[in-house]
Every structure is written in C-alpha cells, then in structure tokens.
Design a protein around this ligand. Structure first.
Ligand code: SAM
Length: 282
C-alpha cells in the first residue's frame, strides 16, 4: 500500500505504507501515522506529511537554533502549532529560555505524538518551563497580552486550520507581541512549488519589520527542493551576526546537532536567485 501526498496539485511524494499505526479524524483534521522502511514513523495531517522520525532533526534544529542563537538572550519563546513537540525539544536545549509556550489547535496531535512519536518530543512536554495551550493560534495572538523574544510559527501549510497563520492580520499581531529585538520565524513552504506563499509572507514581513528575509533548508520528505523558513525582525544584529559569535554561542549550548552548524546558519540565508525573485514588495 502507498501513501501519496496531495500538497501541490500535480506533484507529490509517495511513501510505501509498511504498517498503519494510527488513523482517525480529530475535531480539526485527519490524523495518520504509519511506518515506512526508510523514513521511520510518518505523521500526516489532512493528507500532508508533517514529520518523519528519520529526517525531523533537520527542520526542528533549524526552526529553533537559528532564531535563538541569532537572538542570543531569548528568555520567553512562543511556538504556534508544533504539536509534535520537535521544535519544543530543540528550544528547551537553550538553558537561557525561562518559559516556552506552545499554542496548538488540536489536542489530539499532542496526545498521539506523545504516544506514537515519542522520540520527536523526547520528554520536552515534561519540562517545567514548557506550557501547552490548546486553542487557535490566531485567537491567541489576537487576545494575548504576553510578549516574547522569539515567536516560531511551526504550522501546517496554508490549507485547513493552518490557513489563518499565513495572514497579514496574524503577522501583525505577532509583531505586536514581540519584545524589542524579537524575532519571528515561520514555516514558509517550498517556493519552487508554492512561490505565492513566499511572496505573500515577504510582503507582510516587509511592511511590518525592518528586516524581512528567509533561510533555506532541504528536508527529504518535503517535496519541491528548497524549503524556506521566514525570518522577520527589527534586530539588525540578529542578521549581521558573525560566524565566530555564533560558534561561541553554539558551543555554550553544548548539545550535538545533526544538521545545524554555525557556518550553515549563515549560509542558509544565501538564497537561490529564483527564491529571491519571489521576494517582491507590494
Ligand atoms: N513540520 C511541519 C511542517 O513543516 O509542515 C509542521 C508540523 S506541526 C505538526 C503543525 C501543527 O500546526 C499541527 O499540529 C497543527 O494541528 C497545527 N496547527 C494548524 N493550524 C493551527 C492553528 N490555527 N493554530 C494552532 N495550531 C495550528
């Protein structure tokens, strides 16, 4: 039996289903977890691959360490989405982080990720610094009075419940909730297949922040080649930081990584010309 992803119209990944572990509909989305010989356990939400135990380290390391090491003294961090706990696991490796809040719309994603994908969160949910709030991220950002040093939008794609997390209103509320020097990072898709998604985010970031850019990663189970993560901030130093400073901060982290390196951190912001061509102002 094969799973065929339905993200980008006429193209998509196919993964052999060696064993279905869990398949049910939550209040918000269809949840599927299956085993694949190459990628391990695969989490699928509404027909789109979210996480695999084999390559999740790439996305989760880069979503967490790039903003946190660029910021250098983040104490309060917010994750919107991220119910699998992978970004949370990496954020909590930063001992300077005093409070991590995760706002996830679907309690079932947290519940079954703990049960069926335990290596992804790897105990993060038990960390006393970690607070999980089950609600729509767009409502939280609109109503919250809290401020954060780093906001990480670890959302699904802009279809279904994730759609509201790609709107200008949402980004405007994120900007209001950032402390001075704060950084917003977003899951921003594969521009070869979803160029308009990047252009739309860029235009909002460009209006709201002094610096609006992206950094690139490649994740085997996300189709379309280069995947971009949005990086928006008024903190000029966060972007101009040199590799030596990043190395010092990374070494102090004293945690092994399998994808992130200080050199790659800087290099990831060097984008292909076709990606830069999507970064057009309004
Ligand atoms: N790494 C994945 C990717 O790059 O697409 C994202 C993984 S994570 C599982 C995505 C999470 O976003 C899911 O748990 C989903 O329930 C959550 N989500 C979607 N829409 C949301 C919303 N409006 N508010 C909060 N969480 C949301």
């Amino acid at each position: 039996m094969w799973f065929r992803e339905a993200l980008a119209g006429p193209v998509g990944n196919s993964l052999r289903v060696d064993q279905v572990i869990y398949h049910d509909a939550s209040e918000h989305q269809d949840l599927l977890v299956f085993e694949n010989e190459t990628y391990g356990r695969v989490l699928v939400l509404n027909g789109i691959v979210q996480v695999t135990t084999a390559d999740e380290f790439i996305y989760h390391e880069m979503m967490a360490h790039v903003p946190l090491l660029a910021h250098g003294q983040a104490k309060k961090v917010l994750i919107i989405g991220g119910g699998d706990g992978g970004v949370g696991r990496e954020v909590l490796k930063h001992k300077g982080v005093e409070k991590l809040t995760l706002v996830e719309i679907d309690a079932d994603v947290v519940k079954f990720s703990k049960e069926w994908l335990p290596t992804v969160s790897d105990g993060a949910f038990e960390d006393p610094r970690f607070e999980v709030i089950i609600t729509d991220g767009v409502e939280f950002m609109r109503d919250s009075q809290e401020h954060f040093d780093v906001i990480i939008v670890d959302s699904t794609d802009p279809v279904g419940p994730g759609e509201v997390l790609f709107t200008r209103e949402f980004y405007t509320d994120c900007q209001k909730r950032l402390n001075p020097g704060g950084i917003l990072v977003t899951q921003n898709g594969a521009p070869f297949l979803q160029p308009q998604e990047l252009t739309n985010s860029y235009r909002s970031f460009d209006l709201l922040f002094k610096h609006a850019t992206f950094y690139a990663i490649t994740v085997p189970t996300y189709p379309g080649g280069v995947m971009t993560l949005g990086f928006a901030t008024d903190n000029t130093e966060a972007l101009s930081i040199d590799v030596e400073t990043l190395k010092t901060r990374f070494e102090a982290l004293n945690t092994p990584t399998r994808y992130y390196t200080p050199e790659l951190h800087k290099g990831a912001f060097q984008l292909p010309a076709y990606v830069r061509a999507c970064m057009t102002p309004e």
